[in-house]
Ligand binder design. Structure first.
Ligand SMILES: NC(=O)c1ccc[n+]([C@@H]2O[C@H](COP(=O)([O-])OP(=O)(O)OC[C@H]3O[C@@H](n4cnc5c(N)ncnc54)[C@H](O)[C@@H]3O)[C@@H](O)[C@H]2O)c1
Length: 344
């Protein structure tokens, strides 16, 4: 039995476009996309954008979305549920592409609980195996963590040297990438691997689950509470969420049209900022002078990363629009609006 998300799909996979015109994607050539980790930050933003464009999305996650109930989803635990469950959903909903984002995504948490890193590998294996058996392409959300703590001026995709795995989380992303590459070699699995970096901006304020530096600093500085910067010297590449989602959408379109296949691509802003810069941008936007204490960087942390995004620009036409100084006021505006709506 074919289950319907919204509508019947025209026959013929792998040639569909999600390009925009005056018509919505739904009128043109809508897609059926499965997003793992759809209750997380990037998954939520990506799913809402695709739905707004008229595509059909099936999210899977092992917990409900705490920000929105607009994303059709099924509860699946990728560490305990089997590949058969994924295949059932892929077949049932005529899924054409998997965007695999599910993971335990907090670096330091995995230093404390390394078994979760192994579960990340298991999740990626199951996503890749499902894509292989269903004969559909996959996009894998990897991380700048695969580069380790290298101190290059900017980092291009060929800088990955897996002997320098900095933490169990890095190891889980390296292993995840390795499964994707090996499936491509042995079974012709079409893929794009995106290496993300410090994505911030919307649907990222569930601090009790996932303590991310940007929403944490926004909350604490707004409340005139002190903040701790682990590593005054740290320089990182902060990516505004809309740029990240735009890059993924471009990748989906090119992968499905077979214009960009089997590529590993940095998806970031391409600019470095310190955590001190971050705190000051927030302070300026909320009109509070940040009270900062400094401690050394924590074990397993990357302390310098600026992405070389030439490949994303050339292959995808990716062109990030929002610098950190522009993205922070937008993030604060979103947080205030969200909290107001929820009566927080
Ligand atoms: N956000 C970033 O800055 C960033 C940077 C680099 C890489 N990434 C990677 O991008 C992906 C998405 O990141 P995010 O920020 O949206 O993370 P997130 O933690 O907000 O979302 C991940 C989702 O995966 C789900 N998940 C975890 N274990 C699961 C399981 N066993 N079964 C099903 N679902 C499970 C979680 O519930 C969560 O909703 C992750 O793989 C992350 O490692 C993110």
């Amino acid at each position: 039995m074919i289950l319907r998300l919204y509508r019947r799909l025209p026959a013929g996979k792998f040639s569909k476009s999600i390009s925009k015109s005056n018509k919505t994607a739904k009128e043109q050539n809508p897609l059926n996309i499965l997003i793992t980790g759809s209750s997380g930050q990037i998954g939520t933003n990506l799913a809402l954008r695709l739905l707004a464009e008229g595509h059909a999305v099936l999210g899977i996650d092992y917990r409900q979305n705490t920000w929105t109930d607009r994303i059709p989803m099924r509860m699946v635990d990728l560490t305990t549920d089997c590949v058969g469950r994924m295949l059932e959903l892929i077949k049932g909903y005529e899924i054409e592409l998997i965007v695999h984002l599910a993971a335990y995504a907090k670096v330091y948490e995995l230093v404390r609980e390394p078994s979760r890193a192994l579960q990340n590998v298991d999740m990626t294996f199951k996503a890749a195996e499902s894509a292989r058996l269903a004969e559909i392409p996959i996009i894998f959300g990897s991380s700048r963590e695969v580069y380790g703590d290298i101190h290059r001026h900017v980092t291009n995709e060929s800088c990955a040297d897996f002997v320098v795995a900095e933490s169990p989380y890095s190891a889980s992303k390296i292993a995840g990438e390795a499964f994707i590459y090996s499936f491509s070699q042995c079974y012709d699995l079409p893929y794009i691997v995106f290496r993300f970096s410090n994505v911030y901006g919307r649907y990222d304020n569930d601090l009790e689950r996932m303590e991310r530096v940007t929403p944490l600093f926004i909350k604490r500085i707004s409340q005139e509470l002190p903040i701790v910067i682990h590593g005054k010297e740290k320089v990182l590449d902060f990516t505004y969420i809309d740029d990240c989602v735009q890059g993924i959408c471009l990748g989906m379109e090119k992968l499905l049209k077979k214009e960009v296949v089997n590529q590993t691509i940095n998806l970031a802003c391409g600019q470095g900022s310190s955590l001190v810069d971050l705190a000051h941008y927030i302070g300026k936007a909320v009109g509070v002078e940040p009270k900062i204490t400094y401690t050394p960087a924590q074990p397993g942390e990357v302390t310098r990363y600026i992405a070389d995004i030439t490949k994303a620009r050339e292959l995808l036409g990716y062109n990030p629009q929002t610098s950190l100084s522009e993205g922070i006021p937008k993030s604060i505006a979103w947080t205030r609006e969200f909290e107001q709506q929820k009566g927080l």
